[in-house]
Write a protein that binds this ligand. Structure first.
Ligand code: SAM
Length: 277
């Protein structure tokens, strides 16, 4: 949900103090603006604590990263619109470690196909990966493009991106896709992996028990390819203002795998020029 401009101004005011779980505004604001602030912070999960020793909006979790990400994005994750929330640093750390993206192995060519404002992609670059990003939202894509950290920034719908628009497959894919279409996103992302690649994604924990055909087929694909599902503790995303229950999925590509990855697409008769155009 967009943060109203006047609320953003207060958040970005150097006098505003964001300290662990509390937001202090130590200056007078007009009553209508105060009401606006209160509505926005309530919506974010904060409550006004008027005790003399506190006098702050207090949240049920540490908000330093949450507010930094929300101010950068100009929006915050809302109970009513779960399109965007930033992956918290502790989960990002796990994703990158599982993907083997470390500063001891710099240069891993990596894709983040629903990159938001770069909460996973940025730390991957910091560990020495060469990162390409895709993001459908215009504003978030412009935040990514403004960083100059990424090799290629695509503003568009990842599900419409052709894997063969990239010359070679990626060594790593790291992602936290929109949960409305998460399996489509992961399945499409697998098409971008090279041989000996690894994909690590956040998924809703319902993937571990859902009985619909897409979920069953997905779990079979994991079983056939030495994939893994790793439960994340409850509250792993609370620092991002959301209570989603999630798991991490790890999918390697290796000799004998059944995944239709970048190499598989490249070897198709059409790509080999066996058919007239
Ligand atoms: C849950 S957020 C996660 C953002 C980022 N991956 C992170 O971990 O912080 C999902 C992101 O996917 C983006 N998204 C949704 N549909 C998309 C699509 N079809 N193609 C590319 N990005 C998409 C949303 O705009 C949002 O920024």
């Amino acid at each position: 949900m967009k943060i109203p401009t006047e609320v953003l101004k207060v958040l970005a005011d150097p006098r505003t103090i964001i300290d662990r779980d509390a937001l202090h505004i130590p200056f007078q604001v007009p009553a209508p603006l105060y009401e606006r602030l209160k509505r926005t912070f309530n919506h974010m999960g904060g409550k006004w604590d008027g005790r003399k020793t506190v006098r702050a909006f207090v949240f049920p979790h540490d908000i330093e990263t949450f507010m930094r990400d929300s101010i950068t994005a100009g929006e915050f994750p809302s109970r009513y619109d779960v399109g965007w929330y930033a992956t918290p640093p502790a989960v990002v750390e796990q994703i990158l470690t599982l993907a083997g993206i470390t500063d001891k192995r710099p240069g891993l060519v990596t894709l983040e196909p629903s990159a938001g404002i770069g909460s996973i992609a940025g730390p991957a670059v910091a560990r020495g990966a060469v990162v390409d990003v895709v993001e459908v939202d215009e504003h978030r894509a412009s935040v990514l493009a403004g960083h100059a950290a990424y090799r290629r920034v695509v503003h568009g719908d990842f599900l419409q991106v052709d894997p063969l628009s990239y010359e070679t497959g990626f060594q790593r894919v790291v992602m936290n896709p929109p949960f409305a279409e998460e399996l489509r996103h992961v399945q499409h992302a697998l098409k971008f992996l090279g041989d000996d690649g690894v994909l690590v994604s956040v998924l809703p924990s319902s993937i571990t028990w859902r009985t619909d055909s897409a979920a069953v087929a997905f779990r079979k694909m994991l079983a056939d390819n030495d994939g893994e599902l790793l439960e994340l503790p409850a509250g792993s995303f609370s620092a991002s203002g959301t209570n989603v229950r999630a798991v991490l999925v790890v999918v390697p590509t290796m000799p004998g795998h059944t995944i239709r990855n970048h190499g598989w697409h490249l070897r198709q008769p059409k790509q080999l020029g066996l058919f007239a155009a």
